[in-house]
Design a protein. Structure first.
Length: 253
Protein backbone atom coordinates (compact mmCIF):
# COMPACT_ATOMS: atom_id res chain seq x y z
CA UNK A 1 0.00 0.00 0.00
CA UNK A 2 1.46 3.44 -0.94
CA UNK A 3 2.43 5.52 2.08
CA UNK A 4 -0.04 8.27 1.22
CA UNK A 5 -2.94 5.77 1.21
CA UNK A 6 -1.78 4.30 4.51
CA UNK A 7 -1.65 7.75 6.12
CA UNK A 8 -5.09 8.61 4.78
CA UNK A 9 -6.53 5.38 6.15
CA UNK A 10 -4.93 6.03 9.53
CA UNK A 11 -6.40 9.51 9.65
CA UNK A 12 -9.88 8.18 8.83
CA UNK A 13 -9.68 5.60 11.62
CA UNK A 14 -8.49 8.22 14.10
CA UNK A 15 -11.30 10.59 13.16
CA UNK A 16 -13.89 7.83 13.54
CA UNK A 17 -12.53 6.92 16.95
CA UNK A 18 -12.55 10.50 18.22
CA UNK A 19 -15.81 11.70 16.63
CA UNK A 20 -18.58 12.62 19.09
CA UNK A 21 -21.27 10.02 19.59
CA UNK A 22 -24.33 10.53 17.42
CA UNK A 23 -27.83 10.58 18.84
CA UNK A 24 -28.25 7.01 17.62
CA UNK A 25 -25.32 5.94 19.81
CA UNK A 26 -26.83 7.35 23.02
CA UNK A 27 -28.80 4.68 24.93
CA UNK A 28 -32.52 5.34 25.13
CA UNK A 29 -34.09 6.36 28.38
CA UNK A 30 -36.17 3.58 29.89
CA UNK A 31 -39.32 3.91 31.97
CA UNK A 32 -39.62 1.01 34.40
CA UNK A 33 -43.17 0.59 35.72
CA UNK A 34 -43.75 -1.25 38.99
CA UNK A 35 -47.23 -2.43 40.02
CA UNK A 36 -48.65 -2.53 43.50
CA UNK A 37 -50.49 -5.08 45.60
CA UNK A 38 -53.74 -6.56 44.23
CA UNK A 39 -52.50 -5.81 40.70
CA UNK A 40 -50.06 -6.98 38.05
CA UNK A 41 -48.12 -5.46 35.16
CA UNK A 42 -51.29 -5.08 33.09
CA UNK A 43 -52.30 -2.19 35.33
CA UNK A 44 -49.99 -0.07 33.13
CA UNK A 45 -51.59 -1.21 29.85
CA UNK A 46 -53.05 2.21 29.00
CA UNK A 47 -49.92 4.19 29.87
CA UNK A 48 -47.38 1.98 28.07
CA UNK A 49 -48.44 2.83 24.48
CA UNK A 50 -48.48 6.55 25.30
CA UNK A 51 -44.88 6.38 26.49
CA UNK A 52 -43.78 4.16 23.60
CA UNK A 53 -45.28 6.67 21.16
CA UNK A 54 -42.72 9.16 22.49
CA UNK A 55 -39.88 6.82 21.53
CA UNK A 56 -39.19 5.57 25.04
CA UNK A 57 -38.21 2.08 26.04
CA UNK A 58 -40.79 0.82 28.54
CA UNK A 59 -40.68 -2.26 30.77
CA UNK A 60 -43.31 -3.35 33.29
CA UNK A 61 -42.02 -5.38 36.24
CA UNK A 62 -43.99 -8.44 37.36
CA UNK A 63 -43.66 -8.36 41.15
CA UNK A 64 -44.03 -11.63 43.06
CA UNK A 65 -45.57 -9.66 45.97
CA UNK A 66 -44.05 -12.20 48.35
CA UNK A 67 -41.69 -9.86 50.23
CA UNK A 68 -40.10 -6.45 49.89
CA UNK A 69 -36.76 -8.10 49.09
CA UNK A 70 -38.29 -10.24 46.34
CA UNK A 71 -40.05 -7.29 44.73
CA UNK A 72 -36.91 -5.15 44.94
CA UNK A 73 -34.88 -7.97 43.37
CA UNK A 74 -37.38 -8.30 40.51
CA UNK A 75 -37.21 -4.54 39.94
CA UNK A 76 -33.42 -4.38 40.21
CA UNK A 77 -33.02 -7.08 37.56
CA UNK A 78 -35.09 -5.04 35.14
CA UNK A 79 -33.17 -1.85 35.97
CA UNK A 80 -29.80 -3.58 35.55
CA UNK A 81 -30.83 -4.93 32.13
CA UNK A 82 -31.35 -1.44 30.69
CA UNK A 83 -28.50 0.15 28.69
CA UNK A 84 -29.26 3.75 29.67
CA UNK A 85 -30.85 5.93 32.36
CA UNK A 86 -34.01 4.74 34.08
CA UNK A 87 -37.09 6.63 35.27
CA UNK A 88 -38.65 4.43 37.94
CA UNK A 89 -42.44 4.54 38.47
CA UNK A 90 -44.37 2.83 41.27
CA UNK A 91 -48.04 2.47 42.13
CA UNK A 92 -49.43 1.88 45.62
CA UNK A 93 -47.27 -0.71 47.48
CA UNK A 94 -44.64 -0.26 44.76
CA UNK A 95 -43.85 3.15 46.18
CA UNK A 96 -41.98 1.25 48.88
CA UNK A 97 -40.32 -0.91 46.21
CA UNK A 98 -39.10 2.01 44.08
CA UNK A 99 -37.89 3.90 47.14
CA UNK A 100 -35.66 0.92 47.94
CA UNK A 101 -34.67 -0.13 44.40
CA UNK A 102 -34.24 3.46 43.27
CA UNK A 103 -30.82 3.70 44.92
CA UNK A 104 -29.52 1.90 41.81
CA UNK A 105 -27.15 4.27 39.99
CA UNK A 106 -29.08 3.89 36.72
CA UNK A 107 -32.22 5.39 38.28
CA UNK A 108 -32.35 9.13 37.67
CA UNK A 109 -35.92 10.03 38.71
CA UNK A 110 -38.83 8.55 40.67
CA UNK A 111 -42.56 8.81 40.02
CA UNK A 112 -45.07 7.81 42.70
CA UNK A 113 -48.63 7.11 41.53
CA UNK A 114 -51.03 7.05 44.50
CA UNK A 115 -48.18 5.27 46.24
CA UNK A 116 -46.68 4.74 49.67
CA UNK A 117 -43.50 6.70 50.38
CA UNK A 118 -42.78 5.93 54.04
CA UNK A 119 -39.81 7.33 55.95
CA UNK A 120 -36.78 5.09 56.16
CA UNK A 121 -37.21 2.50 58.91
CA UNK A 122 -41.02 2.60 58.77
CA UNK A 123 -43.48 0.04 57.39
CA UNK A 124 -46.86 0.62 55.77
CA UNK A 125 -48.67 -0.76 58.80
CA UNK A 126 -46.72 1.60 61.05
CA UNK A 127 -47.89 4.53 58.94
CA UNK A 128 -51.45 3.73 59.98
CA UNK A 129 -50.66 2.93 63.60
CA UNK A 130 -53.34 4.21 65.97
CA UNK A 131 -55.85 4.66 63.15
CA UNK A 132 -58.95 2.49 62.64
CA UNK A 133 -58.59 -0.27 60.01
CA UNK A 134 -59.23 1.02 56.48
CA UNK A 135 -62.73 0.23 55.14
CA UNK A 136 -61.31 -2.02 52.42
CA UNK A 137 -59.75 -4.34 55.02
CA UNK A 138 -63.10 -6.13 55.31
CA UNK A 139 -62.88 -7.00 51.60
CA UNK A 140 -59.60 -8.92 51.97
CA UNK A 141 -59.69 -12.64 51.27
CA UNK A 142 -56.75 -14.57 52.77
CA UNK A 143 -55.70 -17.95 51.41
CA UNK A 144 -54.02 -20.87 53.18
CA UNK A 145 -50.54 -19.45 52.50
CA UNK A 146 -51.16 -16.03 54.03
CA UNK A 147 -51.64 -14.26 50.70
CA UNK A 148 -54.43 -11.69 50.35
CA UNK A 149 -56.77 -10.85 47.52
CA UNK A 150 -59.41 -8.14 47.28
CA UNK A 151 -62.91 -9.41 46.67
CA UNK A 152 -64.54 -8.38 43.41
CA UNK A 153 -66.85 -6.16 45.45
CA UNK A 154 -63.84 -4.59 47.18
CA UNK A 155 -62.19 -3.83 43.85
CA UNK A 156 -65.39 -2.21 42.61
CA UNK A 157 -65.97 -0.15 45.75
CA UNK A 158 -62.51 0.90 46.91
CA UNK A 159 -59.87 0.15 44.27
CA UNK A 160 -61.26 1.11 40.86
CA UNK A 161 -64.69 2.62 41.44
CA UNK A 162 -64.41 5.08 38.53
CA UNK A 163 -63.76 2.46 35.84
CA UNK A 164 -66.36 0.69 33.67
CA UNK A 165 -67.67 -2.60 35.11
CA UNK A 166 -65.87 -4.68 32.47
CA UNK A 167 -62.51 -3.16 33.39
CA UNK A 168 -63.20 -3.64 37.09
CA UNK A 169 -63.87 -7.30 36.39
CA UNK A 170 -60.54 -7.69 34.62
CA UNK A 171 -58.67 -6.07 37.52
CA UNK A 172 -60.37 -8.39 40.00
CA UNK A 173 -59.52 -11.43 37.88
CA UNK A 174 -55.88 -10.55 37.16
CA UNK A 175 -54.83 -9.16 40.53
CA UNK A 176 -51.65 -10.49 42.08
CA UNK A 177 -52.25 -11.85 45.59
CA UNK A 178 -50.00 -10.09 48.12
CA UNK A 179 -48.36 -11.79 51.09
CA UNK A 180 -49.78 -10.19 54.21
CA UNK A 181 -46.33 -9.80 55.77
CA UNK A 182 -45.13 -7.25 53.22
CA UNK A 183 -47.08 -4.51 54.95
CA UNK A 184 -44.94 -4.99 58.07
CA UNK A 185 -41.62 -4.70 56.21
CA UNK A 186 -39.65 -1.55 56.89
CA UNK A 187 -38.07 0.62 54.24
CA UNK A 188 -34.27 0.40 54.63
CA UNK A 189 -33.17 2.71 51.79
CA UNK A 190 -34.81 5.87 50.50
CA UNK A 191 -33.87 6.91 46.97
CA UNK A 192 -36.11 9.97 47.22
CA UNK A 193 -33.57 11.47 49.64
CA UNK A 194 -31.11 12.03 46.79
CA UNK A 195 -33.11 11.78 43.56
CA UNK A 196 -35.86 14.00 42.13
CA UNK A 197 -39.39 12.71 42.55
CA UNK A 198 -42.88 13.31 41.21
CA UNK A 199 -46.10 12.30 42.97
CA UNK A 200 -49.65 11.84 41.70
CA UNK A 201 -52.28 12.25 44.40
CA UNK A 202 -55.55 10.46 43.56
CA UNK A 203 -58.23 12.67 45.04
CA UNK A 204 -60.90 9.94 45.23
CA UNK A 205 -58.61 7.14 46.36
CA UNK A 206 -60.43 4.53 48.44
CA UNK A 207 -57.29 2.57 49.38
CA UNK A 208 -54.87 5.26 50.61
CA UNK A 209 -56.39 8.44 52.07
CA UNK A 210 -55.66 11.31 49.65
CA UNK A 211 -54.55 13.47 52.60
CA UNK A 212 -51.97 10.81 53.48
CA UNK A 213 -50.74 10.78 49.88
CA UNK A 214 -50.35 14.55 49.92
CA UNK A 215 -48.48 14.39 53.22
CA UNK A 216 -46.07 11.75 51.92
CA UNK A 217 -45.49 13.71 48.72
CA UNK A 218 -44.67 16.82 50.76
CA UNK A 219 -42.37 14.89 53.09
CA UNK A 220 -40.22 13.60 50.21
CA UNK A 221 -40.18 16.94 48.40
CA UNK A 222 -41.96 15.62 45.31
CA UNK A 223 -43.48 17.67 42.51
CA UNK A 224 -47.19 17.05 43.02
CA UNK A 225 -50.03 16.57 40.55
CA UNK A 226 -53.58 15.92 41.79
CA UNK A 227 -55.98 13.92 39.64
CA UNK A 228 -59.72 13.30 40.28
CA UNK A 229 -59.43 9.51 40.21
CA UNK A 230 -59.70 6.32 42.18
CA UNK A 231 -56.61 4.43 43.39
CA UNK A 232 -55.81 3.29 39.82
CA UNK A 233 -55.08 6.71 38.38
CA UNK A 234 -53.06 5.16 35.54
CA UNK A 235 -56.18 3.36 34.27
CA UNK A 236 -58.67 6.15 34.97
CA UNK A 237 -56.54 9.01 33.55
CA UNK A 238 -53.72 7.37 31.57
CA UNK A 239 -52.80 10.41 29.50
CA UNK A 240 -52.48 12.65 32.54
CA UNK A 241 -50.37 10.02 34.32
CA UNK A 242 -48.21 9.64 31.21
CA UNK A 243 -47.71 13.42 31.15
CA UNK A 244 -46.31 13.35 34.69
CA UNK A 245 -43.99 10.48 33.79
CA UNK A 246 -42.85 12.37 30.70
CA UNK A 247 -42.06 15.42 32.83
CA UNK A 248 -39.76 13.20 34.89
CA UNK A 249 -38.26 11.79 31.68
CA UNK A 250 -37.59 15.28 30.34
CA UNK A 251 -35.72 16.19 33.53
CA UNK A 252 -33.11 13.50 32.79
CA UNK A 253 -30.39 14.79 30.49
Amino acid sequence: MPLTHFLALGSAVLLAATAPASAADVPKKTVVLVHGAFADGSSWSKVIPLLQAKGLNVVAVQNPLSSLAADVDATMRVIDAQPGPVILVGHSWAGVVISQAGVNDKVKALVYVAAFAPPKGVSINELGKGQPPPPWASALQPDSGGYLRLSAEGVAKYFAQDLPPAEIGVIAATQGPAFSGIFDEKLTAAAYETKPSWYIVARHDGMIPPAAEAAMAKAIGAKVTELPTSHVAMLAKPREVADVILAAVDSVK
